[in-house]
Each structure stands twice: as structure tokens, then as C-alpha cells.
Design a protein around this ligand. Structure first.
Ligand code: PLP
Length: 351
């Protein structure tokens, strides 16, 4: 039966049906297993991980590995590249990845060709002779959108590996594996788990050889999640489509009002999703004051939870200087949209 994502999120990763079998997977808290089975030791596998992995795998359409954080998943991808391998990556994107790639480039671990990801010709030009194209779309926090289908098709023609960070779009909006990408990555911390109570990452792929190398990377670098965190993430995943759709609906209402607000000079929104980045018509300090003035929206980093969060990204010294000082990234939660809007209006009135 071909199911909708809303249904798959609820049915996937359940134990086999048998009388008195539990409806939900148990939290398997053990470091070791009786000999003779395929797992053996808690760094190689865990039944609670497997439940979450099969659920994300069904949503993304590939075999899935979960990691201790999104960054751990990303690091596993880079860990299997040869020393000095040339790769293409966006010149602005998630600050953790930017920091890591800059360090890799400076040390010679990788040769990173940084590109403007919305400039399709520039990205294609940079691909020649590369080992991997790392794509994040939409980007965090500027919400730039890459022409994924064109870029992936071109990379595949050249035989270059493609990995896509699908954290912002989620499988409800785009399926990079179906477009031909080799790896799709998630910060499960965000929309998939959705309650700001767990850090986790995932990689999905349809290439068995690649899956083996990534599994080895996780097993021997030890970047494994805890079984309880996997259980929490799966519990959150059940409602991911409900939450995402609700937040997206509210985001679409909010952008129309933000666009005409006299204290806002630019609104960035890719047309889908629950993240809005907007620029306050004022200084960085005034923008900071807006973030500090909210009473409903939490002033905090991260995104994708049921709670609306916002922050001025440039408060982080590691954030790219290309991100405007006045940019606020708002993660629209599941509160009533009028309450969110009232809070935004009041916070903007503080300057
Ligand atoms: C948060 C985030 C990451 C990193 O994930 P963690 O779970 O915080 O390690 C990577 N990519 C994007 C787009 C993110 O938003």
C-alpha cells in the first residue's frame, strides 16, 4: 500500500504484530547482547535505534543510520573522504558545518570549493574533479534555495557523490534520494523529533557500499545515539507531519504581515516550511532588543520544535559575516498564530 507521509510517520518503525507484542518499540537499555546475533555490542546496533531508523528510512526512501547529533552525522560523511579530497559546498549555511569545513580547508583535510549555492552555473563549474557536493537547501539561516534537481542530475552525470542536508525542507517538501542524491542528512534534533528535548542526526542512502562505510564510521568513531534519545525522537516523529503542516500554515500568515510591517525591511521565506528570516529596520542592538522583548516566543537558538523560537543569528561569533546583523531567524511553532503575531508586534514596538 502506497501511503501518505502523514500515515507513514505513524505506522513506521513499529514492532511486528503478535499477541501482546508492544505497540511501541521498547527502550533497549543495554551495552551488550547475548552472543550469536547480528548486533553483538551496543556500539554496533540497538533495537530502539532500528525502530527509528526504519521510520526515517521509510520517510526518506532509503536505509538510515542515526547518530548522536546532526553534526555527528555530517562528520561521518566527511570522515569517509580521502585526505585533501576536493568538495563543493555552499559559502553560507549551517554555522557548525561552515566552521568545520573552514577548519578542514585550512588544515588540508579537505579542499573546499565554496560557492554561491543559488548560482547554479557557479556550482556546476566548481564540480569538476570533485569527490562530493554538499548541499543544504534551504540554507540556514538565509533560506537560499538551490536548484537541487539540476545540481544533483549534473553531479550524477559526472559521477560525483551528492549529500543533501534536508533539515529545513523535510521529506514533506523534498526527497533528495528520489532526485538521485547519494545521501540525505537530517538534524533530527529539529522538525523530525520536534520537542526541543533531544539531539540526534541521521543519514539515509540507497547505496549498500556507502551504507557500510558510514556504518563503520559510526561504529568506530563511536558517534552513536542513546537508546532513550532514539525512543524520544521516534515518539516525536509520529506527529512531525501534523506539527510541520501547522507551523507552515502559520508561517504563511505571518510572512504576509511581516512584509508590510514598517519596522521590517526584508522578509526571507522560500515559499514552504516553518522558518522565516527577516531583517529589522534598525541596528544589531535594536534587533537584539526585539528578541529580548518577546514574551511568548522563546529567545533561544535551534528550531523545529512545537515552541516558537527566535534569535539574532549574528549574536554568535561563529556565524557568517554575510548574515546581516539585523537578521532574526524565527522558527514558527504550533501555538495559535494570532498569539505569535501579537508577541511579534509587541516585541517590535519595543524599538
Ligand atoms: C541544527 C542543524 C544542523 C546540526 O544539527 P545538530 O543536531 O545541532 O548537531 C545541521 N544542519 C542544519 C540545517 C541545522 O539546522
Amino acid at each position: 500500500m502506497d501511503k501518505h507521509i502523514e500515515t507513514t510517520a505513524i505506522t513506521a518503525g513499529r514492532p511486528d504484530i503478535a499477541p501482546d507484542a508492544s505497540l511501541n518499540p521498547p527502550v533497549v537499555l543495554t551495552s551488550t547482547f547475548h552472543s550469536g546475533g547480528p548486533i553483538g555490542y551496543g556500539r554496533y546496533g540497538n533495537q530502539t535505534w532500528s525502530a527509528l531508523e526504519s521510520a526515517i528510512g521509510e520517510l526518506e526512501g532509503g536505509s538510515t543510520l542515526i547518530f548522536s547529533s546532526g553534526m555527528a552525522a555530517i562528520s561521518a560523511v566527511f570522515s569517509i573522504l580521502p585526505i585533501g579530497a576536493p568538495i563543493v559546498a555552499s559559502n553560507q549555511g549551517y554555522s557548525g558545518v561552515m566552521t568545520l569545513l573552514n577548519a578542514f580547508h585550512e588544515s588540508g583535510r579537505l579542499e573546499v570549493r565554496f560557492v554561491d549555492v543559488v548560482n547554479t552555473n557557479e556550482v556546476i563549474e566548481a564540480m569538476k574533479g570533485c569527490a562530493l557536493v554538499w548541499l543544504e537547501s534551504p540554507t540556514n539561516p538565509c533560506l537560499d534555495v538551490a536548484e537541487l534537481e539540476i545540481l544533483i542530475a549534473h553531479a550524477k552525470k559526472l559521477g560525483i557523490g551528492v549529500a543533501v542536508d534536508n533539515t529545513f525542507a523535510t521529506p514533506l517538501v523534498q526527497n533528495p534520494l528520489a532526485m538521485g542524491a547519494d545521501i540525505v542528512m537530517h538534524s533530527v534534533t529539529k522538525f523530525l523529533s520536534g520537542h526541543s528535548d533531544v539531539l540526534m542526526g541521521s543519514l539515509s542512502t540507497n547505496d549498500p557500499a556507502l551504507l557500510k562505510r558510514l556504518t563503520d564510521s559510526r561504529s568506530f568513531n563511536g558517534s552513536i545515539p542513546g537508546p532513550f534519545e532514539a525512543w524520544l525522537a521516534l515518539r516525536g516523529l509520529r506527529t512531525f507531519p501534523l506539527r510541520f503542516n501547522k507551523s507552515q500554515e502559520s508561517a504563511k500568515i505571518l510572512i504576509e504581515r511581516l512584509k508590510v510591517h514598517p519596522k521590517i525591511r526584508r522578509v526571507r521565506y522560500p515559499g514552504f516550511g516553518a522558518i522565516i528570516s527577516f531583517e529589522v529596520d534598525g541596528t544589531g542592538e535594536q534587533t537584539q532588543k526585539v528578541c529580548d522583548s518577546s514574551r511568548l516566543i522563546t529567545h533561544a537558538t535551534s528550531l523545529g520544535g512545537v515552541e516558537s523560537l527566535w534569535e539574532r543569528r549574528r549574536r554568535w561569533p561563529m556565524e557568517s559575516l554575510s548574515v546581516p546583523e539585523q537578521l532574526i531567524r524565527l522558527s514558527v511553532g504550533c501555538e495559535h498564530v494570532e498569539d505569535i503575531w501579537n508577541d511579534i508586534e509587541e516585541a517590535l514596538a519595543s524599538i
